[in-house]
Design a protein around this ligand. Sequence first.
Ligand code: ZN
Length: 478
Amino acid sequence: MLSQKLKFLILFFFLLVFGNANSQNKSVLFYNANLVDVKSGKISKNQAILIENKTIKSIDSYKNIRNLASEKIDVKGKYIIPGLWDMHIHIEGQDLVDDNKALFPVFIAHGITTVRDAASDLGLQVLKWRDEINEGKLLGPTIFTAARKLEGLNSIWKGDLEIENEVQLTQMLNYLDSLKVDFVKITENTLKGDLFLKSVIEAKKRDYLVTGHVPYDLTIKDLANEGFSAIEHASYLLRLGNDENLSKKGILDGSLTKAQAEKDFLMNFDQKKAIKAYSDLAKKNVAVCPTLIGGKELAYLDENNHKNDDFQKYLTKRFMANYQWRIDRMANETAEQKQQRKDRYQLIAKQLPFVQKAGMLIIAGSDCAALNTFVYPAASLIEELGLFQKSGMEPLEILQSATMNGAKFMGKFDKMGSLDIGKVADLVILDENPLLDINAVSKTAGVFTKGKYFDKSALNQMLKDAAKKKAELDKSRE
Ligand SMILES: [Zn+2]
């Protein structure tokens, strides 16, 4: 006779194996799908795609794999693309922890399953959220983050890592190592060019991807030569239509102001020279994250009234109070300066097809942030992709910039960024074909991510909950 204790142990073992196996084997089959291969631009019709847990297990005809799934979803007439990547966001604001957290499902509802956080004063909190999302404790997009960025002393940015010599640079890189950040971000508000360049060199020695702005006292070529991974914001590309060395020299010897340099970049822009420079950058594997939408919002602030923007139902009063600083900063601009902003925006946007043709990797990012006026989280990536299309990029190129290019850039393309067997199952189901018009990415019928399927009504519920949370937070602060 088995002892009572042994019987109990056997039962326990049984439950452990089979109880676990049951949850491990959860499989979902989407069938009648038009699968969009972002690598080739081909659409495979009437396909079935089998997902087990969080991985794409099989892609085949329905009859071959229909018996392998515990749940089957008919997506007749729909298009399936990989989850979208927003490659430049900021989750920021020490007093906006709850506000930001409530927006994570809003990203999912917009089909954005991965984001790259380009540093903020909330860096440490973002690292925690990154890990909680990876562990399945919190629902949100997969996060890659720089956590906190390198800057010079007394910069305008909160929560950055301010350095003024190489000893401090080493200390801060050690600190970033300890945080296990996903890349290093550097900006130039008060950081001098030589220490900026040294920061790139030292971070590269530690095998980091290094991205950032471009200081006036360096050239893009200086950065590219040291292995700079990506230029954040396409606005810097305008320098490449000029003699970068000349403006750098002028800034360094004091004969040129930054404002004059900016005006020169715009007025003396030589398209041929820029195109040549783009192909040089492509050869050096420098990527660019254009972030057009922010510049556009500011340039056209006098023409667009944002008072009734629907998206504001998700943003707390405290979140939106941050919008005012850029509006104030521009309040005294002359008519000429306003026009210059618009001309500048148009010239920047015009560069994208040239950049694409030159072979640079374009990674789509919105730069959404509490501090970036009217650049709404999640929704602004969709707008950004629409701007890419207006600039003359092809829908396939745009779709690539918001899916596989992000994965390629982060060194994750073997696991993410396309609909291929063995990859992470991040899928967006669309009502319309995004290869005909990229604006189809806003016609979301469902999202599969983090091992779960959210149909249209589940996504709508997420948005309703986010609006409710915003109202609660506003109320609690009255
Ligand atoms: Zn940014």
